[in-house]
Design a protein around this ligand. Structure first.
Ligand code: ADP
Ligand code: ZN
Length: 520
């Protein structure tokens, strides 16, 4: 069976060997075991259902929440000489009917549909009347309510699915799944433990960087100048930012397009085509862009401001380097980014949801302040089963500077937090440590604390950064609510007792210059 799979790989796709995890996933499906494949973006998930689909009898149904991706997938299959189509709301009723009829006659090996298609009695009766090879859930994290991109309609097809009398083997594929999401998918579509294929999330060809304290527009301009012919995406947090940055860059003569939900469908389509076909080198976009973009030679993804959570960040940044060649992922951080994300989270009507989102946002903020390897930080966040070495190329791994013992300073901060009643955020704490005569400091009588002004030799900004560092490293926790209320942790107790040193790599000025300015 696996020999046939290898023959298909060579004959249809022209590839000589399988990538990590592909063979295993294919083998499980061919042995009729429901299978979950967790592989990074660009890992080659499509082949994991396409090859079984080609070797088994009957038609494969691929369920995807991304209507925009279906056409590309189908075009790619057709170009290999494989009979494939899609049925979705972008087609006229007549076209839909025609394709259903062709499907009934067994004309297709692959049919792509959106989850809503399972509400259609015609579709259900059609697939019950033909031999099916498999049913695949692409972007399977969307069926889990623990996922960051939960689609209720995706989840609700599962019961319908189990009423199908000729139910074939099921397969789920995703690039972003925490252990929670994996458990959820496994239970929902009944995947035995032994057929969960998880290759981990590491993207060895990507370099992650955090850039702080630079004018963002200047940074981008310099960056694009240094990489004139390379394709890349710049994500902004708002449409307004996308508009103005694109305007600015075009005026400067850069080949830059834009993409956001405020544009007409035609404009968006055109921008996407221009980018995919290398008519424009850079696209400035909101997070509306990317789902379903199949462009393998994206060399960089810049985040113009911090996104809402690590899941979105990794998915967006992960659009770089899908061809396996190096990709650069730079995040431009400024503390105002946090307020915008909080504001967006506040729009949610559910208190429960808000709490969750704040916690996720905090993990994102910590990412911007941590001194550990950025790739490792992300892998730890996803509880990647394959613990790895530091990547050696992120902005933390390559930071040049000297390790300084900051135990005493940490103790001052921690005891100040304690004296302030563990009810306030980094900003006010920094003011107290600095000895500021701010109104709020006086209002709470913090100018009478013994820690008032004990770190006056630092600037407020430096103090805020140091507090963020302590938070990112787990010496402080910001609490769970809307406004961070710094609290001590078990770790901080050991520091206060003097049982644990706190060390921090302090960037030397020349090194700072290099790590911020050099693209590589
Ligand atoms: P994913 O869906 O996991 O992001 P894709 O299925 O789109 O990834 O595959 C990414 C790229 O890798 C595609 O261009 C695909 O043709 C290529 N690819 C997949 N499997 C192999 C393989 N075994 N050998 C070489 N290239 C492969
Ligand atoms: Zn690293």
């Amino acid at each position: 069976m696996m020999q046939q799979a290898e023959e298909i790989l060579q004959k249809y796709y022209g590839y000589s060997s399988f990538r990590k995890g592909q063979k295993e996933a294919i083998s499980h499906v061919l042995h009729d075991r429901n299978t979950l494949a967790v592989m990074p973006t660009g890992g080659g998930k499509s082949l994991c259902y396409q090859i079984p689909g080609l070797s088994l009898e009957g038609t494969a149904i691929i369920i995807s929440p991304l209507i925009s991706l279906m056409k590309d997938q189908v075009d790619a299959l057709n170009s290999y000489g494989i009979a494939a189509t899609y049925i979705n709301s972008s087609l006229s009723a007549g076209e839909q009917r025609q394709r259903l009829q062709d499907l009934r006659q067994g004309r297709y090996k692959f049919v792509y549909v959106a989850p809503e298609r399972f509400d259609s009695p015609q579709f259900l009766s059609t697939i019950q009347s033909i031999p099916l090879s498999l049913i695949a859930f692409d972007e399977a994290h969307c069926i889990s309510q623990w996922g960051h991109d939960f689609r209720p309609s995706y989840r609700s097809i599962v019961p319908t699915l189990y009423q199908i009398t000729n139910l074939p083997v099921l397969m789920a594929l995703t690039a972003t799944a925490t252990q929670e999401v994996i458990r959820d998918i496994k239970q929902l579509i009944d995947v035995p433990d032994e057929s969960i294929v998880n290759t981990g999330f590491a993207r060895d060809n990507l370099s992650f960087r955090i850039i702080k304290g630079r004018d963002k527009r200047d940074f981008v301009e310099e960056y694009l100048k240094a990489r004139p012919n390379e394709s890349g995406i710049i994500y902004t947090a708002t449409r307004k930012d996308a508009d103005s940055l694109q305007h600015y860059l075009s005026n400067k003569g850069f080949s830059a397009g834009k993409y956001h939900a405020g544009m007409t469908e035609n404009q968006r389509k055109q921008a996407q085509v221009d980018f995919v076909q290398d008519e424009i080198t850079t696209i400035i976009a909101t997070n509306a862009f990317g789902m379903g973009i199949d462009k393998s030679n994206v060399r960089y993804v810049i985040h113009y401001s911090m996104p809402m959570n690590i899941e979105s960040y990794y998915q967006e940044a992960g659009r770089a380097g899908r061809d396996g060649e190096p990709g650069d992922c730079a995040l431009l951080f400024s503390s105002q980014d946090i307020n915008l994300q909080r504001f967006l989270i506040d729009q949610s009507p559910s208190e429960e949801k808000k709490k969750e989102e704040y916690a996720k946002l905090q993990a994102m903020i910590n990412y911007c302040h941590t001194h550990t390897c950025l790739q490792q930080y992300i892998l730890d966040y996803f509880e990647d089963p394959f613990s790895s070495e530091p990547c050696g190329k992120c902005s933390n791994c390559t930071l040049v500077g000297e390790v300084q013992d900051m135990t005493l300073e940490a103790q001052m901060v921690l005891s100040c937090v304690k004296r302030m009643g563990e009810r306030f955020g980094a900003g006010l704490t920094a003011k107290v440590l600095k000895g500021s005569s701010d109104q709020k400091v006086k209002q709470f009588k913090f100018n009478t604390l013994s820690t008032y002004g004990i770190m006056s030799n630092y600037t407020e900004k430096e103090l805020t950064r140091f507090i963020h560092f302590l938070t990112a490293e787990g010496y402080l926790t910001p609490g769970k609510g809307r406004y961070p209320a710094l609290q001590l942790t078990d770790e901080s107790v050991t520091v206060l007792k003097g049982d644990k040193p706190v060390e921090m790599l302090v960037e030397s000025t020349t090194a700072k210059h290099e790590s911020n300015y050099n693209a590589d």
